[in-house]
Design a protein. Structure first.
Length: 629
């Protein structure tokens, strides 16, 4: 036991009697002593001094089990840090007697001890051992608590598989054979019943309805051997002794042949627990952990999972009661699809309008709305800022926040048919700003019809199509194209049209830049003359395109605008070094700081350093230049 009051009363030890040669070799010197104290017991004291000026640096105290350090005398602040980390020493000079005294005291009772032979290494080894033990104990406590928390979660609900099959996945698969006598034999993956279909009623990849169970299905050829794997995420709530437990589960539905099986994997836990320290939210996530691979990792207390997932609704009354902040969660979430369940619970608690939205059948908005997104007042229009005539659409599709912002920004009416097409586009939250900007220039119906066609033609994600279209319009405006013509404003294939106009745009851009460059060359190269020596010559760029060609030929970045603009201003100029026998073939690129007259960069293909003779040639050319002012 180390009692600080007792330790502070121990006088400073004397500077050690060690040879001058030994002191010169080390930055520090130390004395050691074992003291018997009334309450602390036998204590090792090590005082460390500056080897040159003999000034005190550090005190180390240990009872053989733990240690304390202070860097002032009398002691003002106590630390539990490795002396080596405080002083940064390589070694400490001390007498052989003090070395042995320190080593024997610190090694007593230890089953193992890292190799050490000096007083400084004894202290370092002991501090590392204590730290490792402390870390091990902390890890053991952490995993013990983690196990306790994980054991609180019950088994999955017995009906989870059927719940996912009927409520989570939007469709099953109808497995069809090849055509025989004008019919296909079919098996429904949901109900497993057999039936026949006319050949013109079922094609692989299209959708239909099982005539036996009425379930929507995607037709799939039985001759395809590849496994079918569908994925989803689901949030399940539990209550244990009045405490809320939330778990997020990866769901996998795998069809091997015509039959399915389900697999479930937990990947996030939130535990809202009453502890001696007060109410605490514990969080665990299954993730890639350094040095351990995939494993459970405890996140900072209070971290909650706001991601969207399907909600298991069958036990919500059991967990939250018949009313949670005046709403029936189980009834209101029956057709909710994916929402942020944690966001919903928070908003119902903190934002009064969330109750109105939830009771109106708008659970996605209730879960994701923010106070700043709401208008003042009561009623649909007053709260959301859109006509109440949209309420059926909002209910049917359970409109989310980013979708609401897009509808609100539309200058034309958004019909249910158009919104259903918009959903099929599968735009992401990050696309919201671009979509809103486009809706300032076209109707919502035009937008969904055009991009639905582009998605079918180009077979690319919405983000890609939006970027291509935005760039296309920008370049068309730069080229003064007639965007009032429908065929120009809405090209048949946006990717092909984008690539074609990009070539024209770059050509026009470079023609303008080349013209500007020609006007500047007379002044830019004033006082410079052709330079040839030995096997090499210097070529002066004459066009903007020369920079691009050089960069492409040598696979480096000299074609970027920065180099061209700096060259044009005469600040950092670019010169091409070529073989005299091949003056048009790129070889080495040189960048010169014209104010300091020094070579900043000299690179060949791929940024490689050129041969010595090329560098000597470049330096000779440099000596003939005059600095710019």
């Amino acid at each position: 036991m180390l009692i600080k009051k007792e330790l502070a009363a121990i006088p400073l030890l004397s500077f050690p009697k060690i040879p001058q040669k030994e002191r010169r070799r080390c930055n520090f010197a130390a004395s050691a002593k074992i003291c018997a104290l009334p309450k602390s017991g036998n204590i090792l004291i090590v005082d460390i001094f500056d080897a040159k000026n003999r000034l005190f640096q550090l005190r180390f105290f240990s009872d053989g089990a733990t240690y304390l350090v202070c860097s002032s005398y009398p002691a003002e602040k106590w630390l539990k840090r490795n002396p080596k980390n405080i002083l940064g020493y390589a070694d400490v000079a001390s007498t052989k007697k003090d070395d042995e005294l320190t080593g024997e005291f610190l090694k007593a009772g230890k089953s193992s001890w890292r190799y050490s032979h000096t007083l400084g290494s004894h202290l370092d080894a002991f501090a590392c051992t204590v730290y490792a033990k402390k870390q091990r104990q902390a890890e053991e406590r952490k995993y013990e608590l983690m196990k306790t928390h994980f054991d609180m979660f019950p088994e999955y609900p017995e009906d989870l598989t059927s719940y996912c099959e009927n409520r989570v996945f939007e469709h099953t698969y109808i497995f069809i054979d090849k055509i025989s006598n004008g019919y296909r034999k079919a098996v429904c993956g949901h109900c497993q019943r057999n039936f026949k279909l006319k050949k013109d009623k079922a094609n692989p990849g299209s959708f239909g309805v099982c005539p036996k169970c009425g379930f929507n299905g995607k037709y799939r050829g039985t001759w395809i051997d590849k496994l079918i794997e569908d994925k989803a995420k689901i949030c399940i709530a539990h209550r244990l002794s009045g405490q809320l437990l939330l778990r997020w589960v990866y769901v996998q539905r795998i069809f091997n042949g015509t039959k399915y099986k389900y697999q479930f994997y937990d990947y996030f836990y939130n535990l809202y627990l009453h502890t001696l320290r007060g109410d605490t939210i514990y969080s665990y996530v299954y993730m890639m952990v350094m040095y351990r691979g995939w494993d459970w990792y405890r996140k900072k207390n209070g971290t909650v999972n706001y991601e969207w997932a399907h909600i298991y609704t069958q036990n919500l009354r059991e967990v939250f009661g018949d009313s949670y902040y005046h709403v029936d969660l189980e009834a209101g979430l029956q057709n909710a699809q994916k929402i942020s369940f944690t966001g919903l619970l928070d908003n119902l608690k903190n934002i009064p309008v969330a109750e109105y939205l939830f009771k109106s059948g708008l659970s996605a908005l209730a879960a994701n709305i923010y106070a700043e997104d709401l208008c003042e007042g009561n009623g649909f229009f007053q709260v959301l800022g859109v006509s109440k005539q949209y309420l059926p659409l909002y209910r049917k599709f359970n409109v989310g926040l980013y979708e609401h912002k897009i509808i609100k920004a539309s200058t034309t009416w958004v019909s249910m048919e158009s919104f259903a097409k918009f959903r099929e586009l599968k735009a992401e939250i990050g696309d919201t700003a671009d979509i809103i900007n486009l809706l300032e220039q076209m109707s919502f119906e035009r937008f969904v019809n055009y991009f639905s066609k582009q998605k079918m033609v180009c077979k690319r994600k919405m983000k890609f199509l939006l970027t291509q279209y935005k760039d296309y319009i920008s370049m068309a405006q730069g080229l003064k194209a007639d965007l009032s013509r429908k065929s120009v404003r809405f090209p048949q294939n946006i990717k092909k049209s984008h690539d074609l106009i990009l070539e024209r745009f770059n050509k026009v851009k470079h023609e303008i830049e080349d013209a500007n460059f020609r006007q500047a060359t007379e002044k830019l190269y004033a006082g410079m003359s052709e330079f040839k020596k030995g096997s090499f010559c210097v070529i002066f760029p004459q066009l903007r395109s020369d920079f691009i060609t050089e960069g492409q030929s040598l696979n480096h970045c000299v074609g970027a605008d920065t180099y061209y603009k700096n060259h044009l201003e005469g600040i950092r100029m670019i010169f091409f070094i070529r073989h005299i026998t091949e003056p048009t073939k790129s070889f080495v690129t040189m960048e010169i700081d014209m104010r300091e007259l020094r070579i900043r960069q000299l690179y060949g293909f791929g940024g490689c350093s050129p041969p010595t003779e090329v560098r000597s040639f470049a330096n000779e050319f440099l000596r003939g230049l005059q600095p710019t002012t």
